[in-house]
Design a protein around this ligand. Structure first.
Ligand code: URA
Ligand code: SF4
Length: 200
């Protein structure tokens, strides 16, 4: 398995990319997941938000951020004044990674190899959508886009150049839900989204 590159379509429109990604076997994750969950949003968007990978609900429904993390994200966008029409939403890894435990499917962090394997899809989305601001949600997206030295805990909320765009990293909305001080974590998340809104 040499990653997603050999599954890229000849034509790089979002529809072509989405259609091709549905058949990707660039890493092993396609085997147990229900479907590829590709990014969604306008073909040109001021903001691209990049999460980790689809969760249980996203895997079943086929759309990014439709579960609990998506509700935190929706609230944050609304309160930061970022309009949904100006947002393209995607993930660093396009298939759900999990370990079965009884009837439940326990989310598993994607490995560095899986993140690297899936990056051609993310690069293609960036090339087509050409966002002004990329909001990097958590360590996995940061690893994919900003390199392995980047630390979200230290460098969150600071715009950094990413190609022709600016990237603003923040915590993953799932981490907000898990935080002991959930309100405090949410306020920090919202502050970073406001920084992203101002950077556009
Ligand atoms: N978490 C993510 O990172 N992405 C989703 O699409 C859902 C949950
Ligand atoms: Fe392809 Fe990415 Fe799915 Fe792996 S996770 S099979 S690279 S789309």
């Amino acid at each position: 398995n040499n990653g997603a590159a050999r599954f890229l379509p000849g034509r790089m429109r979002l529809d072509d990319l989405r259609g091709a990604a549905a058949h990707c076997e660039g890493c092993g994750l396609y085997r147990n997941a229900t479907q590829t969950v590709f990014g969604e949003g306008p073909g040109r968007a001021a903001f691209m938000l990049v999460g980790e990978q689809p969760g249980d609900q996203e895997d079943r429904q086929g759309h990014p951020f439709v579960g609990p993390a998506g509700r935190v994200l929706d609230r944050g966008l609304r309160e930061a004044g970022i309009a949904r029409e100006s947002v393209y939403l995607t993930n660093a890894v396009k298939h759900f990674s999990f370990t079965p435990r009884g009837k439940r499917r326990i989310h598993q962090k994607p490995t560095a190899a899986e993140i690297d394997a899936c990056r051609p899809w993310l690069d293609a989305e960036l090339a087509v959508v050409r966002p002004k601001v990329v909001v990097v949600l958590g360590a996995t997206a940061a690893r994919a886009l900003l390199g392995r030295e980047f630390r979200v805990t230290r460098q969150r909320g600071e715009p950094v150049p990413l190609g022709d765009a600016l990237a603003v990293a923040t915590v993953h909305p799932s981490a907000v839900l898990r935080a002991p001080d959930r309100d405090g974590a949410y306020e920090g998340f919202l502050a970073d989204l406001r920084t992203a809104a101002e950077a556009a």
